[in-house]
Design a protein around this ligand. Structure first.
Ligand code: COA
Length: 259
């Protein structure tokens, strides 16, 4: 169905694999259109509670935007190019269900930015991150200047984006940009374990938590707290809230219905 993406669904988990290994899974136009399409489908599929995104092969997650296409941009098409990518990564960040990036190798440029837009990042020991756009005469355009800065702070983001240097999974972990680093052979198993944990939670509360956390970098503390209280109230109106609290009081395991 897709040329450059593999899509699978199992036990409420969607698996999206970017599949252009001969080009290190670089995001060309076709792949971006397919990514948008698959995430729009996932967003409205009530049977999917969590998503794992990875790259095909053992060498790359995504080695960036396709430089052969980048090379043709001018000022106007360049802006449109960045806006379209931002729109797709915004869709991922605001999907309403957790997305886990299983980073299995090079995550450069748009590949790092894709990972930053996800809610969790698990990296294999051989993963290499970087925002090397500066050496192409551009800056990150799929959200990197904004999301990396929010993840690691201004000092580190300034260094990484202005030097364009690559950094290891270990360094990414130490600066708080990834959740966990595991051997490559265990990467998908680890991502699936996390996805399973997330699918076992009451899904309305999961959705409200993502919304509230995403808003933390978008607004003032008082507006954020106002939103938090509203989303908390929505959770209190769910059957799962009654079930979760009753199960605790009755010393039994809760049986959530996602209602
Ligand atoms: N866009 C287009 N093609 C890319 C690509 C990208 N971002 N990254 C890799 N490729 C292609 C290479 O051109 C090569 O294609 P070819 O076999 O037809 O020549 C193929 O993928 C394999 O890459 P290669 O460079 O031969 O592998 P390597 O192991 O020597 O180096 C990298 C790996 C990731 C270090 C190197 O490919 C690289 O620097 N890629 C660009 C990274 C980048 O700047 N991304 C940001 C873009 S905004």
């Amino acid at each position: 169905m897709y040329q450059n993406i593999l899509f699978e669904k199992k036990d409420h988990i969607a698996f999206v694999t970017i599949n252009r290994p001969e080009k290190l899974n670089a995001l060309n136009n076709q792949t971006m259109l397919e990514l948008r399409d698959v995430f729009l489908k996932i967003k409205t599929d009530d049977d999917i509670y969590a998503v794992i995104v990875t790259g095909a092969g053992e060498k790359a997650f995504v080695a960036g935007a396709d430089i052969s296409e980048l090379n043709k941009l001018d000022a106007v098409s360049g802006r449109e190019f960045a806006e379209r990518g931002q729109e797709i990564f915004n869709l991922i960040e605001n999907l309403g269900k957790p997305v886990i990036a299983a980073v299995n190798g090079y995550a450069l440029g748009g590949g790092s930015e894709l990972a930053w837009a996800c809610h969790f990042r698990i990296a294999s020991e051989n993963a290499i991150f970087g925002q090397p756009e500066i050496d192409l005469g551009i800056i990150p355009g799929y959200g990197g200047t904004q999301r990396l800065t929010r993840l690691v702070g201004k000092t580190k983001a300034m260094e990484l984006i202005l030097t364009g240097r690559k950094f290891t999974a270990k360094e990414a972990y130490e600066m708080g940009a990834v959740n966990k680093v595991v051997p490559q052979s265990e990467l998908l198993k680890e991502a699936e374990e996390l996805a399973k944990t997330l699918t076992s939670k009451p899904q309305i509360a999961v959705r409200m938590a993502i919304k509230a956390i995403n808003m933390a970098h978008e607004t003032t503390l008082s507006d954020g707290l106002h939103l938090e209280a509203t989303l908390f109230g929505i959770c209190c109106g769910t059957e799962d809230f009654k079930e979760g609290t009753s199960a605790f009081l009755e010393k039994r395991k809760p049986a959530f219905k996602n209602k």
